[in-house]
Design a protein around this ligand. Structure first.
Ligand SMILES: C=C(O[C@H]1C=CC=C(C(=O)O)[C@@H]1O)C(=O)O
Length: 473
């Protein structure tokens, strides 16, 4: 069922979570059980949640895309009946979601006005694992007589085979690599005239596969090769992001801010001691690069400033650490905070959760949900720039590409508002119309000292995870 605005009479959900048999202790155990090619996934180090089937779908548009999605989710939960025997983050009702980067689409008039810029999807089946505890959740709609009974629901979806994409041809995206260097040079010159401090400029690459691209193929490869990243799939957007926009769990908030990158030096033929030494030198170069430290500082500050109104305490380490990924290293800051539950924050109106509408004190404050925190944090200076408004308008003016959901929030939200939202980086969008067509994205933070040639090389390194995911073997 698709609902495009807050429903008049919200559909009623019956949700059951129970403990499930242990899954194999494997990085891909969760994604391996996905039955068909419309998978929902949020997985890291083998733990997380995957979902299939579609109980409900809320599509939202434009600047109100986050608030409308949150309102619709809240409405549905008011009438939900929930039986949760496990009671962990991710159990009970959850919705997966992804949202466009921008409020508007560049070149609006040529775009499909019916294209949603946000979607929350409530699956019929969710399987999750956390610290060795596995569970299954089934979600039914009251009155939906066509739906299978809850006890057979997880197996009611025929398991289609996962096919590899076959040969993949890459072609230029919206802007050629040569022209993109000119875009970066323009960004640098605008920064040098003090119009703004930082802008993140992105590019896309088009891929055409021999066979329809099955997101499960990509998920399996990403979950294994990029296990420290959050591997996700929502509505054709698939990736493995190293950047956590926000996790909100029982009043504790975490954000992993990344900005400042150095491609990892390749050397398959190197001795492992040489490779370690090369890594150590590369990490030291990044940690000492004033250009990257500046880039990072804007991003960390933007996240801290956006979180502050919601929190009673916050820790922002002064010095970033170096995050090692297979393709690149990043400067990283883990921001941790405690939500202000006193009601003094900019939080919301009514309490969260099933039955909350009836049980609540009128006007009782509710803590902000993970989704509203994601909305407040988006777009951080890791994907937009500083100041935000100037950077966003420069992106619209010179980037020459529709970012769609690249660099927007992607993740999941639960019934109590807790959840996890990443920034959709190191990602690709599989075309709805032709699943052999895929767009891959990568962007780079630009400051006064940026060099267009180095930024192009950095963007290539950031495309590597999705090129790898589309491969075989
Ligand atoms: C915008 C992207 O990366 C961001 C996250 C980490 C490092 C970045 C950088 O160093 O430019 C970017 O801010 C991307 O991967 O497309």
């Amino acid at each position: 069922m698709t609902v495009t605005a807050p429903p008049l009479a919200p559909p009623r959900l019956v949700v059951r979570t129970s403990r499930a048999d242990d899954l194999p202790d494997d990085l891909t155990a969760l994604v391996d059980i996905l039955p068909d090619a419309r998978p929902l996934a949020w997985v890291r180090h083998g733990d997380g949640v995957v979902g299939w089937g579609e109980a409900l779908r809320f599509e939202t548009f434009g600047p109100g895309r986050f608030a409308d999605a949150e309102h619709a989710w809240h409405q549905v939960l008011v009438g939900a009946s929930v039986h949760d025997d496990v009671r962990l983050p991710g159990t009970g009702p959850i919705a997966f979601g992804s949202f466009a980067f921008d409020d508007v689409v560049p070149g609006d008039e040529t775009e499909d006005p019916t294209r949603a810029s946000g979607a929350l999807l409530v699956p019929r089946v969710v399987v999750g694992r956390r610290d060795g505890v596995c569970w299954t959740t089934t979600i039914e709609l009251v009155g939906d007589r066509a739906a299978p009974a809850p006890e057979v629901l997880p197996d009611a979806y025929p398991r289609t085979p996962v096919a590899a994409p076959g040969r993949v041809d890459y072609t230029e995206g919206s802007v050629s690599p040569e022209d993109w260097k000119a875009v970066v040079a323009e960004g640098v010159s605008r920064i040098r005239t003090r119009e703004l401090d930082k802008v993140v400029l992105a590019r896309d690459v088009a891929a055409t596969a021999e066979n329809p691209v099955d997101p499960r193929h990509l998920l399996r490869r990403l979950a294994r090769a990029y296990e420290a990243c959050w591997t996700f799939s929502v509505d054709g957007l698939v990736g493995a992001t190293p950047e956590l926009l926000v996790r909100s769990e029982r009043g504790h908030v975490t954000s992993r801010v990344l900005a400042g990158t150095i491609p990892r030096v390749e050397g398959p033929e190197q001795e492992s001691r040489d490779a370690e030494e090369a890594d150590r030198l590369t990490a030291a170069r990044l940690a000492g690069s004033s250009k990257d430290l500046e880039e990072h500082q804007y991003a960390a500050r933007s996240v801290a400033a956006a979180l502050a109104p919601f929190c009673s305490a916050m820790d922002v380490p002064e010095t970033p650490f170096v995050l090692h990924l297979p393709n690149v290293m990043h400067l990283a800051t883990d921001v941790t905070a405690v939500l202000d539950l006193s009601g003094g924050s900019r939080g919301g109106h009514e309490p969260w959760g099933p039955g909350a509408g009836s049980a609540s004190e009128p006007g009782a404050p509710r803590p902000p949900s993970s989704l509203s925190l994601a909305a407040a944090l988006h777009p951080s200076a890791a994907v937009c720039g500083t100041p935000t408004v100037a950077a966003r308008s420069l992106i619209r003016e010179i980037e020459g590409m529709d970012r769609a959901r690249y660099a927007g929030p992607v993740g999941w939200v639960g019934a109590d508002g807790d959840g996890e939202w990443g920034i959709a980086l190191r990602s690709a969008e599989i075309s709805d119309r032709n699943p052999r067509h895929v767009r891959l994205f990568a962007g780079c933070g630009i400051v006064a000292a940026s060099d267009p040639v180095a930024e192009l090389a950095e963007s290539e390194a950031k495309l590597e995870p999705m090129r790898y995911a589309l491969g075989e073997g």
